[in-house]
Each structure stands twice: as structure tokens, then as C-alpha cells.
Write a protein that binds this ligand. Structure first.
Ligand SMILES: O=P(O)(O)OC[C@H]1O[C@H](OP(=O)(O)OP(=O)(O)O)[C@H](O)[C@@H]1O
Ligand code: HPA
Length: 178
């Protein structure tokens, strides 16, 4: 199995791009059925979700818009448990169907914060799509409407996800070797 090194850590290939792409196609199919008459605003949570948002949006066949927010909580391989908003939204949220796009829901702290912030603006509906989901790490109580792939509770990089800023450019996903 292919191995790579980023900074001081070794990682092994765990999810090839073909599998990622297939999971995104399934999310897109579901959205094409459920959201085609909703004129949704996709809200991409930066940085990690840029690749997922870009690949997903190309597979959507209905009118939709996208905007970007940046929250951050991770340093190295650990969550700081403290989510801060860095870049806010400029689009009108009130009365609209909002679909939050995340690369990963891990502990769930970030998505909880994003949902809290966005619900303040009275959207018509607030939906969540995450490329990856770690059920063993998740401590939240929200429903994730669109999930790509459920993964074990190990630190991963690639396809937008980073280890201290590195590895986002990898097309496949790699798991840390302990
Ligand atoms: O469910 P959680 O435990 O909160 O983890 C998920 C969040 O962590 C990552 O963001 P990060 O804060 O690392 O910022 P980044 O996207 O800029 O890498 C990821 O993009 C999610 O937003
Ligand atoms: O496993 C992960 N890898 C990179 N970033 C993350 N943010 C939450 N979980 C992770």
C-alpha cells in the first residue's frame, strides 16, 4: 500500500480518488432529486471543503449558488475544541434553503457551530452534506442529510484535508500510521 511522509508523520493510502468520486456522485444524485426546485445556497466551510465543493457542484444539474465561510478549530492532528469564525457570509440567508458543505464531520464541534451561526439568520431549511463522517468520534446530536463515506476514528489527510497545512493537494485520502 502506498505510503507518504508529511512533516514528521507517515501516512498510508486508505481511500483512492475513484471511491471518493463515486461517493460524491451518490450525494449529487440525491441532491438532484431532493433540491432541484429549492434554489439552494451551498455554503462551503473553508479551507478543507474546497475540493469536495468543487467536485460536487459540477455534478449538480439544477440552479444553485455557492458561498464560502471559514471556521477553524484544528491544530496539527488535534481539535482545539474552540471554533472561531474567520470569514463571514455576505449572501442573504433568510427564507432560503441552505446546504452546508463540509469535507469532514469528526467530533461535530465545527458543524454544530456553523449550524448555530446560520440558524440565527432564519433560513427556510438548513441541510448538511459531509464528504466524510467519523461516527466513533462524533459527539453531536444533529442529522447529517448527505454523507459520502463513513470512516474510522483515525487522522487522515488528502482531498482538501491537511496536516498542519500540508497534504490538501493529494487526490486520494491517506491515514496516519501511528
Ligand atoms: O467535527 P470537527 O471535530 O469539528 O472537525 C471537522 C472540521 O475540522 C476541519 O476543519 P479545520 O478546523 O481543521 O480547518 P481547515 O478546514 O481549514 O483545515 C474540517 O474541515 C471540519 O471543518
Ligand atoms: O482526520 C482529520 N484530518 C484532517 N483534518 C481534520 N479535521 C477534522 N478531522 C480531521
Amino acid at each position: 500500500m502506498k505510503r507518504i511522509k508529511l512533516l514528521d508523520r507517515e501516512f498510508k493510502l486508505s481511500i483512492p480518488f475513484e471511491q471518493i468520486d463515486g461517493a460524491i456522485a451518490k450525494i449529487a444524485d440525491k441532491m438532484n432529486k431532493e433540491l432541484s426546485d429549492k434554489d439552494p445556497l451551498l455554503v462551503c466551510v473553508l479551507n478543507g471543503s474546497f475540493m469536495f465543493a468543487s467536485d460536487l457542484m459540477r455534478k449538480l444539474d439544477f440552479p444553485c449558488q455557492i458561498s464560502f465561510v471559514k471556521f477553524s478549530s484544528y491544530r496539527g492532528t488535534e481539535t482545539t475544541g474552540n471554533v472561531k469564525e474567520i470569514i463571514g457570509l455576505t449572501e442573504k440567508i433568510e427564507g432560503r434553503t441552505i446546504v452546508i458543505l463540509e469535507d469532514i464531520i469528526d467530533t461535530g464541534i465545527t458543524i454544530q457551530k456553523v449550524l448555530e451561526e446560520l440558524s440565527e439568520f432564519n433560513p427556510k431549511a438548513l441541510k448538511v452534506a459531509s464528504m466524510l463522517f467519523k461516527p466513533e468520534a462524533f459527539t453531536g446530536d444533529i442529522e447529517v442529510d448527505y454523507v459520502g463515506i463513513e470512516i474510522p476514528n483515525d487522522f487522515i489527510v488528502g482531498y482538501g484535508l491537511d496536516y498542519d497545512g500540508y497534504g490538501r493537494n493529494l487526490p486520494d485520502i491517506y491515514t496516519v500510521v501511528e
